[in-house]
Design a protein around this ligand. Structure first.
Ligand code: ZN
Length: 270
């Protein structure tokens, strides 16, 4: 599943092709992904120039000179293909540019989504309205996290996966960051003191920056937008490594929390 670093990598790849480029054709090849495509997507995007490309949590945003923003989510298996050799049954949205390039949104499982909103009203988009700060943003600080976790008895892992507290963090990066910061995923969030929150925030930023630098991690069929395959899961510290050694010399264990696997090490994570 594409996580925040993959979406960031995708947006950067798309920017190389779409920045300041006019779209000459925008065609949906079926009515829906996870939900319906906007019925006026083709009408509003055809002829528009892309002036901004950005990311919010796991959403990519393409802003046009007409004041619209197309918001995409890659779901479980979505990716953009640039100049694909052929358009197949899983290419659900096809865009042509005045620079002669073709882009397709390829999504075999169709858990992705495409929405179109006025850029001025982006903050009201339902998925963004209650969302917490970006983990790589200046607003995500130890002081902010301390305030949000105060009095919370839920495990820290669950709190970090809560999009209202911090936006866009997924299971892999939460497991990795908690290991790096030496915090047990089972700890009650409100009981973690400032001395631990500082390295935790630093670890979250660090694991994301490293993954973006590596071009995004790959799980199964994720590919960079230019169609280049070959990024395979990097060597995680603990994720998916049950029974293998932790960097501290202890052994990685797996615990199920809220129905999802947590990989961690009880020797160094307290
Ligand atoms: Zn350890």
């Amino acid at each position: 599943m594409p996580e925040l670093p993959e979406v960031e990598t995708t947006v950067r790849g798309l920017a190389a092709v779409l920045q300041d480029v006019r779209l000459t054709s925008v065609i949906t090849r079926r009515a829906d992904l996870r939900r319906a495509f906007p019925v006026d997507l083709g009408q509003r995007m055809t002829g528009a120039r892309i002036v901004t490309l950005s990311r919010r949590a796991k959403y990519g945003l393409l802003g046009t000179d007409r004041g619209d923003s197309m918001i995409f989510h890659l779901g479980m298996s979505g990716r953009w293909r640039i100049d694909p050799e052929e358009i197949g049954t899983h290419d659900h949205l096809v865009i042509e540019t005045d620079s002669g390039q073709v882009l397709s949104l390829f999504d075999p499982r169709r858990f992705g989504s495409v929405d179109l909103v006025e850029t001025a009203l982006l903050a009201n988009f339902p998925s963004f309205a209650a969302m917490g700060p970006e983990p790589l943003g200046d607003d995500f600080t130890p002081a902010y996290l301390r305030e949000r976790l105060k009095g919370r008895a839920s495990p820290i892992k669950a709190m970090l996966l809560d999009q209202r507290i911090v936006a866009g963090l997924g299971n892999i990066y939460v497991c990795e960051a908690l290991n790096m910061a030496r915090i047990s995923p089972l700890r009650a969030a409100g009981q973690i003191g400032p001395a631990k929150l500082k390295p935790l925030v630093a670890a979250i930023k660090s694991v994301l920056i490293d993954a973006i630098a590596a071009g995004g991690s790959t799980l199964r069929d994720y590919a960079r937008p230019d169609g280049q395959l070959g990024y395979f899961a990097k060597q995680w510290r603990v994720y998916a490594r049950e029974g293998e050694p932790c960097p501290c010399g202890g052994t990685v264990q797996r615990t199920v929390q809220s129905g999802r696997s947590t990989f961690w090490c009880s020797a160094c994570q307290k």
